[in-house]
Design a protein around this ligand. Structure first.
Ligand code: TYC
Length: 112
């Protein structure tokens, strides 16, 4: 399968080959990826973290529980790896949900 980051350039080749339309594929550098990292704190309820992981990262309840427990025990955990724009949006969604419910839950992103 051709990855998204392969720029497809349709090039009219009329000058050289009459009316034949050729498609030229140019490989470009893949975009940098970012890990979205969830941070532990002493106050955010475990159930809330599980719901956030299910909602923002489309995790099953079981997977969300595993990630939440990992963050609880280790201090931080990776929720997923995304392009910069998607990672930024997910960090904002987590922080906004936490703020709305007055929990101190924090989330950040770092380049892989
Ligand atoms: N440590 C929290 C508690 O004991 C639970 C928690 C888990 C909080 C993960 C944040 O990212 C977090 N209630």
């Amino acid at each position: 399968m051709i990855p998204n980051w392969v720029r497809r350039r349709a090039m009219s080749n009329q000058e050289q080959h009459g009316s034949v339309l050729e498609v030229e594929q140019t490989r470009v550098k893949p975009p940098p990826l970012y890990k979205v990292v969830l941070l532990n704190d002493d106050y955010t309820p475990m159930d809330f973290v599980v719901v956030v992981l299910q909602t923002v990262f489309s995790m099953s309840r079981e997977k969300a529980t595993l990630v939440m427990l990992q963050v609880h025990r280790e201090g931080m955990g990776v929720c997923g790896t995304y392009t910069r724009e998607v990672a930024t949006t997910k960090v904002e969604q987590v922080i906004n949900l936490a703020r709305k419910h007055q929990h101190p839950l924090q989330c950040t992103m770092e380049e892989t």
